[in-house]
Design a protein around this ligand. Structure first.
Ligand code: ADP
Ligand code: ASP
Ligand code: MG
Length: 457
């Protein structure tokens, strides 16, 4: 069997879902399990509704919910035709009644918790997976909707819940494998799960890719296909740099670094389950399905180019912790990292001197609280509007003079932190956010103007 995951733009309207049905039809012999995201922009809009209701603005929240209802009804109506849509209408309607009731409840309390945010956000994938399954049936594809919340068990960390892989795999083998064996095409929402108490959770933004990989690993898929709106993993974000080239094959390690440092095309955790079972992952374009896309696999061919790709991650804050009185004091780093741990804040890049440590974190984190805690240990400063740039490639291991080349190209730029060596395959540095686009374009021009045709499409 295989897993085929379709992202938001791939299910954004009736035309897109119709394309999905055709793509899946062409793969029936491979016995696909289909995972879908919410329709494009729906998760953002659900979270905005939750926020509006939480601030007491029930009217706006319900108005947005009405627009969402219409969009889903229109899409389903177009896909299903009158008779089937009439049959299906009640099911969708019940979900929208639940959503309205939830928003009214949040509005009445005037507060929204992470737990409630997750419940609100889950409607996106619940609705899209039902519509896609119904559209399959209408096209004589044997689609069978499965509620992912009954399969994906997570812990209780609402909004970024951690999947409990063993129990999830067990449930998938019990509930989903028999459907595949019977020739059905299970259709499941990504991103959503539930905890041991049965309360809905989500596994973090962009998490449908991760869901697909967990499902694929549990069912020993031959491959996991991530269908999106670009031709594959590219040498850099094509939105930043229109010259970006498709990478034909990339290693799990390279892909993981890129995803972690900002290549939004793949959720950073996606490759973990694939690595464990050595399952190849393909990134493919649902708007250009004949393109070969990118194959992510244990071993990728060496290229004549030094790098495979450049990623950039914006909205970064640098935290500087300086402790002049604690020169060389052992235990200082531990105390710093303990503080990050207590606040559940993830560190991306670290650099140290004898008396100070600089760390980067995502600007969405609870930084003032963390800084107040760190201030008990040392002098703390933090500064937002930074970006991480990350150059990735297996050739970094044994090519001399790379840093000179990279920073030579950026000689007039303010480089705030540099890190190389931790993984042997990336060179990472931190710059001003406003410089990110220019830096990426310059580096791309320098390192990819001539791209090895064996490796780049
Ligand atoms: P989906 O909704 O299918 O999950 P996403 O929006 O999450 O799609 O990811 C696809 C987007 O990722 C692309 O449209 C592209 O702008 C962006 N992106 C960022 N870096 C890269 C990269 N290196 N290669 C391809 N796409 C990238
Ligand atoms: N719909 C979710 C999001 O927008 C999950 C995903 O698309 O992967 O974050
Ligand atoms: Mg995505």
């Amino acid at each position: 069997m295989i897993v085929m995951k379709f992202g938001g733009t791939s299910v954004q309207d009736a035309k897109a879902i119709d394309r999905v049905a055709h793509i899946v039809q062409g793969r029936l012999a491979d016995r696909p399990l289909v995972v879908v995201s919410a329709m494009a922009k729906v998760t953002d809009s659900l979270l905005a509704m939750g926020k509006a209701a939480g601030s007491g603005d029930r009217k706006t929240a319900l108005k947005m919910a009405r627009a969402l209802r219409e969009r889903h009804y229109d899409t389903a109506g177009e896909l299903l035709g009158t008779a089937l849509f009439t049959e299906f209408h009640g099911d969708l309607g019940a979900d929208f009644e639940d959503l309205d009731e939830l928003l009214r409840g949040i509005g009445a309390v005037g507060e929204i918790t992470p737990r409630t945010y997750d419940y609100v956000a889950s409607f996106g994938e619940v609705l899209s997976s039902k519509i896609v399954a119904a559209a399959f049936v209408a096209r004589e594809l044997p689609g069978a909707h499965v509620d992912s919340r009954q399969c994906l068990l997570t812990d209780n960390s609402y909004t970024r819940a951690v999947p409990q892989v063993e129990e999830t795999s067990e449930r998938l083998r019990r509930r989903v494998q028999p459907l595949v064996d019977a020739g059905k095409v299970p259709v499941m929402g990504g991103f959503i799960g539930s905890n041991a108490a049965g309360i809905t959770t989500t596994i973090g933004r962009g998490g449908s890719d991760f869901s697909a990989a967990i499902f694929g690993a549990a069912l020993n898929a031959q491959r996991i296909e991530i269908w999106t709106d670009v031709d594959g993993m590219m040498t850099t974000d094509p939105r930043l740099c229109p010259d970006a080239r498709r990478i034909k094959t990339i290693s799990f390690d390279e892909a993981a670094e890129l995803a972690y440092f900002g290549a939004k095309v793949l959720h950073p955790a996606t490759v973990l389950p694939a690595i464990q079972k050595n399952i190849p992952v393909y990134v493919l374009n649902s708007q250009n399905p004949t393109c070969e896309g990118t194959k992510i696999t244990a071993r990728a061919p060496r290229t004549r180019n030094i790098f495979k790709a450049i990623a950039a991650k914006k909205r970064i804050t640098i935290i500087d912790v300086a402790a002049p009185r604690m020169l060389l004091a052992h235990g200082f780093l531990k105390a710093i990292f303990d503080a990050f741990d207590r606040h559940g804040v993830v560190v991306d890049v670290v650099s140290t001197s004898e008396v100070s440590v600089s760390l980067t974190v995502d600007s969405n984190e609870a930084i003032p609280e963390l800084a107040a805690d760190l201030a008990k240990l040392a002098d703390v400063k933090y500064e937002g509007r930074k970006a991480i740039v990350c150059l990735v490639g297996e050739n970094l291991r044994d090519t001399p003079g790379i840093a000179a080349k990279v920073f030579g190209i950026l000689e007039d730029m303010k480089i705030r932190m540099i890190s190389q060596g931790a993984s042997e395959i990336n060179l990472t540095f931190v710059i001003e956010e406003d410089d990110a686009a220019e830096v990426v374009r310059r580096l791309h021009q320098a390192f990819f103007a001539e791209a090895d045709p064996e490796v780049f499409g």
